[in-house]
Design a binder for this molecule. Structure first.
Ligand SMILES: [Zn+2]
Length: 215
């Protein structure tokens, strides 16, 4: 584990490495950002955003919180998504959960967790929505893994409910929304292959915010 002082030494090495390949690296970086991806993931220290996708500075707009939730009254997440869609014009929004997620685990545990209660209640609600499927899984680890996946799917649906996303798709055909799970055991990204257009269609029956555009 790096000591606090080593972080600055690491930073110096990183600068040397970046400018070694391209002396104008930071000049170009400072100019603007034009990422194609918005990544919404868990704050878990083991699930890095850029590194696991092999992306560098400027390539992905990132939002992370406990258990990668997209909640309509979370001003932080909503601002990130609106900015990414309307100003950065990202082509893809990725919601990435991960197995062994402490937030999802906590939501499966009957305990008072203070300020985390209202946050984790979002996941408990997902459990309630999918109770019959989840309760039919007798293996606790498998049930936990499945809740991680269902949480990602539900957060993708929450992204699609957002007006900026619906309007973007109606006008430009993007952003596309993708649900992923990161498997800590082998480092693999698993695409849950959410049928974006089908979900969007279903969502628009009830949550349509495009005011009749493109109908
Ligand atoms: Zn997590």
């Amino acid at each position: 584990m790096a000591s606090y002082e080593e972080l600055f030494e690491n930073n110096r090495k990183w600068i040397a490495q970046k400018t070694g390949n391209n002396k104008d690296f930071f000049k170009e970086l400072a100019r603007e950002q034009n990422p194609e991806y918005l990544y919404i993931g868990c704050s878990d220290s083991r699930v890095t955003a850029e590194e696991l996708m092999g992306l560098g500075p400027g390539e992905v707009f990132v939002h992370r919180n406990v258990a990668n939730l997209v909640n309509s009254v979370d001003l932080n997440a909503m601002s990130v998504i609106q900015y990414a869609v309307e100003y950065l014009k990202v082509k893809h929004i990725i919601v990435c959960g991960h197995y062994n997620c402490g937030g999802v685990k906590a939501a499966m545990t009957p305990a008072d967790m203070g300020i985390l209660n209202p946050w984790l209640r979002n996941i408990r609600d997902i459990y309630r929505l999918h109770k019959s499927e989840l309760n039919a899984i007798t293996d606790e680890q498998k049930r936990y893994d499945r809740l991680v996946e269902l949480n990602v799917e539900e957060q993708c649906i929450n992204v699609i409910k957002i007006a900026a996303v619906q309007l973007g798709v109606a006008a430009d055909g993007y952003p596309q929304v993708h649900g992923w799970v990161f498997d800590l055991h082998n480092g693999k990204i698993i695409d849950l292959n959410i049928d974006f257009n089908q979900v969007l269609k279903g969502i628009r029956e009830i949550y349509d915010l495009t005011a009749g555009e493109d109908k």
